[in-house]
Ligand binder design. Structure first.
Ligand SMILES: Cc1cc2nc3c(=O)[nH]c(=O)nc-3n(C[C@H](O)[C@H](O)[C@H](O)COP(=O)(O)OP(=O)(O)OC[C@H]3O[C@@H](n4cnc5c(N)ncnc54)[C@H](O)[C@@H]3O)c2cc1C
Ligand SMILES: *[C@@H]1O[C@H](CO)[C@@H](O)[C@H](O)[C@H]1NC(C)=O
Ligand SMILES: *[C@@H]1O[C@H](CO)[C@@H](O)[C@H](O)[C@H]1NC(C)=O
Ligand SMILES: *[C@@H]1O[C@H](CO)[C@@H](O)[C@H](O)[C@H]1NC(C)=O
Ligand SMILES: *[C@@H]1O[C@H](CO)[C@@H](O)[C@H](O)[C@H]1NC(C)=O
Ligand SMILES: *[C@@H]1O[C@H](CO)[C@@H](O)[C@H](O)[C@H]1NC(C)=O
Ligand SMILES: *[C@@H]1O[C@H](CO)[C@@H](O)[C@H](O)[C@H]1NC(C)=O
Ligand SMILES: *[C@@H]1O[C@H](CO)[C@@H](O)[C@H](O)[C@H]1NC(C)=O
Ligand SMILES: *[C@@H]1O[C@H](CO)[C@@H](O)[C@H](O)[C@H]1NC(C)=O
Ligand SMILES: *[C@@H]1O[C@H](CO)[C@@H](O)[C@H](O)[C@H]1NC(C)=O
Ligand SMILES: *[C@@H]1O[C@H](CO)[C@@H](O)[C@H](O)[C@H]1NC(C)=O
Ligand SMILES: *[C@@H]1O[C@H](CO)[C@@H](O)[C@H](O)[C@H]1NC(C)=O
Ligand SMILES: *[C@@H]1O[C@H](CO)[C@@H](O)[C@H](O)[C@H]1NC(C)=O
Length: 596
């Protein structure tokens, strides 16, 4: 294993933190209104496309990003502050109906409103999904290029496994054989181990452990309890903005990035006999004025699982009848746009702990946080140098679980987990509303990784600046209700094992019977923040889906969709690594098509 030494390079370049010629804030500062490629959304996927296509100096690319960019913002830079971004200036703050089974409760769906997109505000957990997940994508799309074996090259292009910021000996904490060391986005292990995470590892090493220790969660089989891997470099968040748009890439003269540019529609090419799109309409002043730029080769729609279908629908691409009824002229009848929107879902499960060390739990104490920030500033270590995923716990329902007598297993195969327990024991400066001013607690929250429920996204007005309508339809399948119930029970069993005794005191809610658990789940379930499927890939010629397996918009020319929305089913994973993989392959597909 070899780690590249990037510490000095990034320290040297950090003084150049303002004034890159290629990142501009006003349309008048662009050199032209015509580009080879126009990328809609400078998010996780969009910045990969921007980077890879501009490797060729003859290709020019414009990225239009609705949000802004301040690379000195501590809330995006300090990993432990990740949750401060939810509901902040950097969040689109979408809201959704969580679904009839939740009594139509409204929930928030955070999405990054900033260069880097959701990779700039997310929890940084790095998980690829199971080999089964990718092999199923290949089957479902009739394209073996999406299989687990085929995407290994894209994992390697994306991943640069680095040492954690405390430089501890990581032997036995991951499997170097399944990692890339020469990619662009940094992935690392945690540098500060909380008491809870230490106990979790101990529990996994018990001879009769229900969830046994797994050396690496990213080797294709994701069942087990492991040390977590996160997109962090030297104790700082590694987002698509800091990695794929690092200074050496940003300065390319053929790469242009316009901030505060909210794309409203893509426009059909004039005098068009076939359906092709080349214009991109956007506003920088909340709709007072609109500008148009043109793509001579392709428009790449990378607005994310909410932003991309929203732009398509506003452009007349979607169910023709629905759009016509809203007064939007139909340009392309594609009923699947926005349908099959699928998210994971999580029940925040709060446990009181017996500890006086504020590094052991989520503390509301500003003084404690200041001390931790001091350590982060000086040494890039301590609790704030990590995200929430210090340890990861993924498990699979047993094959003889009663639900499988009546319901088909929605997971992709036997190496795929159904449920995750999301552990959060760090002082992240954010607390679920339910905890009030309580302190001394951790979260061990069941998250359903393989939901059978499907939601949808649509629009209800012809104003492209209005918010889309989202219904997550959570718990609408029998499987999801069963899995969440088992998830709650499994957390209870895990925290009752010997290592946790004396530390974990009790949960803040006493749900034990199936009825009590089901009620707790209905009343507290929230969006898992891993939506996919709203502009799904399907085989060429299929009567459903939005894009072909090469990510080209079905029935049109000049448009691809590249982001989380193209994954037809949610992977058994946190979704950023899958999105990076999609975007790396998409870059190769685009280059091959245009012989770039
Ligand atoms: C709070 C949070 C925590 C998460 N935690 C994790 C985690 O720990 N690990 C993990 O793997 N995944 C996590 N995820 C999910 C993961 O971050 C996303 O799946 C992934 O980043 C999505 O990438 P994307 O390219 O599809 O969209 P995004 O990264 O969201 O990019 C879309 C971009 O398009 C821009 N945009 C949208 N519409 C327009 C428009 N009309 N005009 C111009 N620009 C537009 C947006 O501003 C944004 O920059 C989390 C997500 C959130 C929000
Ligand atoms: C999200 O909400 C916060 C808090 O109300 C607000 O400051 C921010 O501007 C909102 N984001 C957007 C994109 O409107
Ligand atoms: C939820 O909303 C749907 C329509 O969107 C409605 O049919 C249903 O009755 C509502 N359910 C509850 C419990 O309010
Ligand atoms: C790290 O730990 C492993 C196993 O415990 C050991 O074999 C190895 O020598 C250690 N490496 C260093 C650099 O100390
Ligand atoms: C399951 O994962 C293991 C590696 O952990 C691998 O050897 C095996 O082939 C996988 N099985 C399937 C069915 O994918
Ligand atoms: C952009 O495309 C539109 C529509 O096809 C066309 O009217 C316009 O002239 C083009 N603008 C430029 C700068 O090429
Ligand atoms: C939803 O996805 C499934 C495949 O997972 C597909 O069979 C179905 O047709 C899709 N529905 C729509 C409306 O796109
Ligand atoms: C930074 O690390 C040094 C060396 O280990 C230590 O002496 C110092 O106290 C640390 N600073 C903070 C603020 O923790
Ligand atoms: C499933 O099988 C295990 C042992 O293989 C057994 O302990 C358990 O009771 C079974 N569960 C059900 C629901 O049958
Ligand atoms: C916590 O909140 C409760 C009720 O809201 C209040 O009575 C109590 O004084 C608060 N405690 C602290 C330390 O702020
Ligand atoms: C459209 O949907 C939004 C969000 O669900 C809602 O606030 C608004 O009232 C709806 N507007 C119409 C015209 O139905
Ligand atoms: C809390 O921790 C202390 C010190 O480790 C221990 O003596 C005590 O028994 C614990 N309390 C409970 C209720 O477990
Ligand atoms: C849960 O039950 C235990 C034991 O009966 C009790 O001490 C605790 O206060 C209860 N917690 C809640 C939130 O009701």
């Amino acid at each position: 294993m070899q780690f590249r030494t990037l510490v000095l390079v990034s320290a040297f370049l950090s003084f150049l933190s303002t004034g890159y010629a290629s990142i501009v804030e006003h349309v008048d500062d662009l050199p032209t209104q015509e580009f080879d490629f126009v990328v809609i959304g400078g998010g996780t996927a969009g910045n990969v496309i921007a980077n890879r296509l501009t490797e060729n100096p003859a290709v020019n690319v414009l990225v239009l990003e609705a949000g802004g960019f301040d690379e000195n913002d501590l809330n995006t830079k300090v990993p432990g502050f990740f949750a401060r971004n939810m509901g902040s200036l950097l969040d689109w703050n979408f809201t959704a109906n969580l679904g009839p089974a939740t009594d139509n409760r409204t929930g928030t769906v955070a999405r990054g409103f900033v260069l880097g997109g959701s990779s700039a505000i997310n929890g940084m957990v790095y998980t690829r999904g199971s080999s089964d997940d990718w092999d199923r994508y290949a089957d479902l799309t009739d394209d073996s290029g999406w299989s687990w074996d085929s995407i290994q090259q894209y994992i390697k292009k994306n991943e640069q496994f680095t040492q954690p910021s405390d430089f501890h000996n990581v032997s036995g904490q991951f499997d170097p054989a399944v990692h890339g060391f020469d990619g662009i986005n940094s992935v690392t292990l945690a540098s500060y181990v909380h008491k809870f995470d230490d106990l979790a590892i101990q529990s996994s090493l018990l001879p009769d452990a229900e969830i046994a220790f797994k050396l690496d969660p990213n080797d294709g089989n994701n069942i087990g309890l492991s040390w977590g891997q996160s997109t962090i470099l030297n104790g700082e968040r590694s987002s698509s903005a800091t990695s794929y748009l690092a200074p050496q890439f940003r300065k390319r003269p053929n790469l242009h990035i316009l901030l505060h540019a909210h794309v409203t529609r893509i426009l059909q090419t004039e005098d068009d006999c076939e359906t092709s799109f080349s214009g991109v309409e956007f506003t920088q002043d909340a709709g007072a004025t609109f500008q148009v730029v043109n793509a001579t080769k392709e428009i790449v729609v990378s607005g994310g699982a909410i932003g991309s279908p929203n732009v398509l629908l506003n452009s007349g691409i979607g169910d023709a009848e629905t759009l016509t009824n809203l007064g939007i002229p139909s340009t392309l009848d594609l009923p699947s746009v926005g349908q099959n929107y699928t998210d994971q879902a999580l029940v925040p499960y709060i446990w009181i702990v017996n500890s006086t060390d504020p590094n052991d739990f989520l503390s509301q104490d500003e003084f404690v946080r200041e001390g931790q920030l001091e350590q982060w500033r000086e040494n890039r270590t301590g609790p704030l140098a990590d995200g929430p995923g210090v340890t990861l716990c993924f498990f699979r329902l047993p094959d003889n679980a009663s639900i499988f007598e009546t319901v088909e297993d929605p997971s992709a195969g036997p190496n795929t987990s159904h449920i995750e327990m999301v552990f959060t024991s760090s002082n992240v400066g954010f607390l679920p509303a339910a905890v009030g001013n309580m302190t001394n607690f951790i979260l061990a929250s069941p998250n359903i990784l393989t939901p059978a429920s499907r939601g949808f996204l649509t629009i209800n007005s012809s104003n492209p600046l209005d918010r889309p309508v989202i219904n997550l339809n959570l718990l609408s399948s029998e499987f999801d209700v069963f899995a969440m119930r088992e998830g709650v029970k499994t957390v209870q069993r895990l925290l009752a094992t010997t290592p946790f005794q004396g530390f974990i005191l009790q949960p803040t809610t006493n749900a034990t019977t199936d009825e009590e658990i089901d009620q707790l789940v209905r009343e507290t379930i929230s969006a898992g923040l891993h939506p996919v499927g709203s502009a799904a890939m399907s085989p060429k010629g299929a009567d459903w889906g939005v894009v072909d397996p090469d990510l080209k918009l079905k029935g049109a020319k000049g448009v691809r969709v590249v982001d989380a929305s193209v994954l037809p089913l949610v992977p058994s994973a946190h979704t950023q690594a899958p999105v990076y993989i999609v975007a790396e392959r998409a870059s190769d597909l685009i280059k091959a098509d245009w012989k770039l």
